[in-house]
Design a protein around this ligand. Structure first.
Ligand SMILES: *Cc1c(COP(=O)(O)O)cnc(C)c1O
Length: 399
């Protein structure tokens, strides 16, 4: 297969193709049904085939898909206003993906620094971070596998461990060229590692004292997934810059960088742009996604169903040798094992579950936010025996 595929060899794909979806279910080309506990990696916020999304997109496609940022795009202004309202921030730039949103954030940080007379601005980043795969965002990423083969990296990053407030304070004392602190409120690819609320508050305080921008990458943990619109809101703080993407438009490609205060005024005409970003189709999808989340109470749903799932997994796996913990919040959960468990993705598929493994040993669950208690029960019933078998079997092989 691989030798004759016309595709570049960038993904080790499972041998399954989905032909359609139905709410939280995916159906493959053979007619088998799978409970979708991944949502296209936190993308399909409303699940599959949501009637409101389908109707709105059909109508939008019949009127206009793309015009250009050289003209007014009323739907862009409308979605921008919604994001501003939900975040308490002031201005938005729309693009098409997470890495693009993060590139825009990094450009804002650099120009912000230059405007303050800093010739080589530096951005503080964190161990195990993931910010994308462009040259700048892979340089900000804290994963040697993502960077391998792509040096020289972009300069201007200083890396410290997540949740290490002393390290951040040390940097404040030692590095006068720092202009921003850039982190995920919950690291996704890094294995569902949460920035502690106290750490976020301290980082906010330090940024205020030093005139640094606090830039929170909410590409994966944002858009309602944790039970608030944005995960940092649990800490009661507001960032200066917030990149978004993944779930904002329920599957139509979209990215956005939301900014507040001085950061919101950094870009002027000619500083940044995009051909596709902010097109009417993606904007309509974003507007319907947010409206439907409100109408159907999906934030509360994510908090409730996710809270139940977290407890259920912790209870069902307690004492099983090799099980470490369940991490995360709302419908962004990681079941942490003490060994690599990539093989579980295949056995889960065989059991009718779509799940993911990240950071080698973390089973990552990112179901659509329409996930019900009924779905959650099916997930636990199917996944717990697989994890128990996997850990027991591995132990037997080792012994
Ligand atoms: C997925 C992800 C990105 C990259 O998004 P793409 O759309 O794949 O470019 C950036 N940051 C975080 C936190 C992500 O989870």
């Amino acid at each position: 297969m691989a030798a004759t595929s016309p595709l570049m060899n960038t993904y080790a794909r499972q041998p399954v193709a989905f032909s359609h979806g139905d709410g939280a279910w995916l159906i493959d080309t053979e007619g088998r049904r799978y409970l979708d506990c991944l949502a296209g990696i936190a993308v399909n916020t409303l699940g599959h085939n949501h009637p409101k999304l389908v109707a709105a997109l059909r109508e939008q496609i019949g009127s206009i898909i793309h015009s250009s940022n050289l003209f007014e795009i009323p739907l862009q202004t409308e979605l921008g206003a919604r994001l501003v309202e939900l975040s308490g921030m002031t201005n938005v730039f729309f693009c098409n993906s997470g890495l693009e949103a993060n590139e825009a954030a990094l450009k804002i940080a650099r120009k912000y620094g230059h405007e303050r007379g800093i010739a080589v601005p530096e951005v503080v980043v964190f161990d195990n971070a993931f910010h994308g795969r462009s040259i700048a965002t892979l340089s900000a990423t804290g994963n040697a596998k993502v960077q391998k083969g792509f040096v020289p990296l972009v300069e201007g990053f200083v890396r410290i461990p997540l949740n290490d407030i002393d390290a951040l304070r040390r940097i404040a004392g030692e590095r006068p060229d720092v202009v921003a602190v850039f982190l995920e409120a919950i690291q996704g690819e890094g294995g569902i590692q949460q920035a502690r609320l106290e750490f976020l508050r301290e980082a906010r305080k330090l940024c205020d004292e030093r005139g640094w921008l606090l830039m929170i990458d909410e590409v994966q943990c944002g858009t309602g997934r944790t039970g608030k619109w944005f995960a940092h809101q649990w800490a009661g703080i507001r960032p200066d810059v917030m990149p978004l993407a993944k779930g904002v438009a329920s599957g139509v490609p979209i990215g956005a960088v939301v900014a507040h205060g001085a950061a919101a005024g950094v870009f002027g005409p000619g500083n940044h742009g995009t051909t596709f970003g902010g097109n009417p189709l993606a904007m309509r999808a974003g507007l319907v996604t947010i409206a439907t989340m409100e109408e159907e109470g999906l934030l509360d749903n994510a908090a409730q169903v996710g809270g139940w799932l977290k407890e259920a997994f912790a209870r069902e796996l307690a004492g099983v040798p090799g099980f470490v913990e369940v991490r995360g919040q709302g419908l962004m959960l990681g079941i942490v094992l003490d060994r690599p468990c990539g093989d579980l993705v295949k056995s889960a598929l065989d059991a009718g579950l779509v799940v993911n493994v990240t950071a080698d040993s973390v089973i990552r669950l990112l179901p659509p936010l329409i996930f019900t208690m009924e779905h959650a029960q099916i997930l636990v019933e199917r996944l717990v025996p697989l994890v128990r078998d996997f850990l027991g079997g591995a132990q037997a092989r080792a012994g």
